[in-house]
Design a protein around this ligand. Structure first.
Ligand SMILES: Cc1cc2nc3c(=O)[nH]c(=O)nc-3n(C[C@H](O)[C@H](O)[C@H](O)COP(=O)(O)O)c2cc1C
Length: 188
């Protein structure tokens, strides 16, 4: 039994980007994280996922897109609100966007392909934690807004599964309440 994997899964929890700081993963660690994101169950080997890496100045360029689209669609927004959108990717040193790119297939429904995308995102979260970082898998309006997705280079048939923010925690990580197992487990 690999008890370190169990121990990691028992204590892992998300940390908000605002509670993250650098440094982010090294080039080698990032390569490991992305490689493991692509090492998930994938019916038919369709690779229905791809990743976009935002580091350094790329996080600022993404923020300009978020702020521009946000202002266009919320003319009554305050400068503070637009600024908060502009800073969305600046809290964590690294953000990985997980993009779903399901392909029409006679035997493999899109649902199965989307489940594989979720597995990919979770592998990225777990791999980042195993390397000593924390992570947060977030969506929010910018994961669903077509103008944002276009500006980030997503094709019309691609969807955003989420933005995974990765960094070091600024303070101790406290767990949250977990489901009562007897309420979600039954025997048939
Ligand atoms: C697809 C997906 C999208 C999410 N988007 C958000 C989000 O936009 N904002 C948020 O506060 N939490 C979001 N969450 C929840 C967090 O990722 C995380 O589950 C939660 O903060 C605590 O879970 P944990 O401590 O077990 O990691 C999302 C989760 C998933 C699976």
């Amino acid at each position: 039994m690999n008890s370190s994997t169990i121990d990691l899964l028992k204590i892992r929890r998300s940390v908000k980007p605002m509670e993250m700081m650098g440094p982010g993963p090294s080039i080698v660690e990032l390569d490991t994280i992305l490689t493991l994101g692509a090492r998930v169950p994938d019916h038919g080997k369709l690779a229905p996922w791809r990743f976009i890496v935002f580091e350094g100045e790329a996080r600022e360029r993404a923020g300009e897109i978020f702020a521009r689209v946000f202002r266009d669609k919320n003319p009554a927004a305050t400068p503070d609100q637009a600024e908060s959108e502009r800073r969305k990717f600046l809290h964590a040193p690294l953000v990985i966007a997980v993009v779903a790119r399901p392909k029409p297939h006679a035997k493999i429904p899109v649902w199965e392909q989307e489940l594989s995308v979720g597995a990919s995102a979770m592998n990225i979260v777990v791999a980042a934690n195993a390397l000593g970082y924390v992570a947060s898998w977030l969506t929010g309006w910018a994961a669903f807004d077509r103008d944002v997705l276009d500006a980030l280079g997503l094709a019309a048939d691609e969807k955003m599964a989420g933005y995974i923010h990765i960094g070091k925690p600024t303070r101790a990580v406290v767990d949250r309440d977990r489901p009562v197992m007897s309420e979600i487990v039954s025997r048939f």
